[in-house]
Design a protein around this ligand. Structure first.
Ligand SMILES: [Fe+2]
Length: 204
């Protein structure tokens, strides 16, 4: 059994992911887990065809997306150049909800390997879920260490960043994977978070 962390921004993206797995001789995922509700992480759910697990807060956001009117969907599309690059038209955007919903934590045993999900307080979104594989020292963090993209300068809420940093520091991991950045080791991760607190906003 294998688990995908997030489903990407579209069915096209999900299928590219499957192709990459095949090329590399890796097993197709039999389920997926979601790190947060942002479109570029969840709009591949409809193509995945496997159960998706999400925390309750993520599910609430997904339900809101599924209830988008045509006008809301079009407004999202028209305001997002990355969505325009991924989809030929707004009508092809098909949000979905998760099949498995948990409140704070969820543990999966995938053939003797533990996968631990935890909804944490964080500066990027109110539904950040950390996905850890302790036996490999891996921590899949989604975008959770980034700032708030709804602010003009991708600002960090200092209280949320401090709570998040304390949480990360308390966890066992050797490798920290942000969705859109290079992997960091433990020391580099703590340094990244310390610099983020000093700066007050996110940089790419
Ligand atoms: Fe995000």
């Amino acid at each position: 059994m294998s688990v995908a962390v997030d489903t990407g921004n579209s069915p096209k993206h999900w299928n590219e992911f499957l192709k990459a797995l095949e090329v590399n001789g890796l097993e197709r995922p039999s389920m997926c887990v979601l790190t947060h509700w942002h479109w570029d992480h969840v709009l591949g759910i409809s193509a995945a065809g496997v159960p998706a697990a999400a925390c309750r807060m993520t599910q609430l956001h997904l339900q809101e997306m599924c209830a988008w009117s045509d006008e809301e969907k079009k407004a999202f599309y028209d305001s997002n150049i990355y969505a325009q690059a991924e989809y030929p038209s707004w009508e092809e955007i098909k949000p979905s909800t998760a099949d498995i919903v948990f409140d704070t934590t969820l543990s999966l045993d995938i053939g003797g390997v533990d996968v631990c999900l935890e909804h944490v307080q964080g500066p990027h979104s109110d539904d950040s879920v950390l996905v850890s594989v302790p036996s490999d020292g891996m921590l899949f963090a989604g975008d959770s260490s980034a700032g708030d993209f709804s602010t003009p300068n991708i600002a960090y809420d200092p209280v949320l960043l401090r709570m998040y940093t304390e949480k990360i520091e308390s966890m066992y991991f050797r490798y920290f994977l942000h969705s859109h950045r290079q992997p960091l080791n433990r020391q580099e991760t703590m340094e990244f978070l310390r610099e983020a607190a000093e700066r007050g906003y996110y940089i790419f």
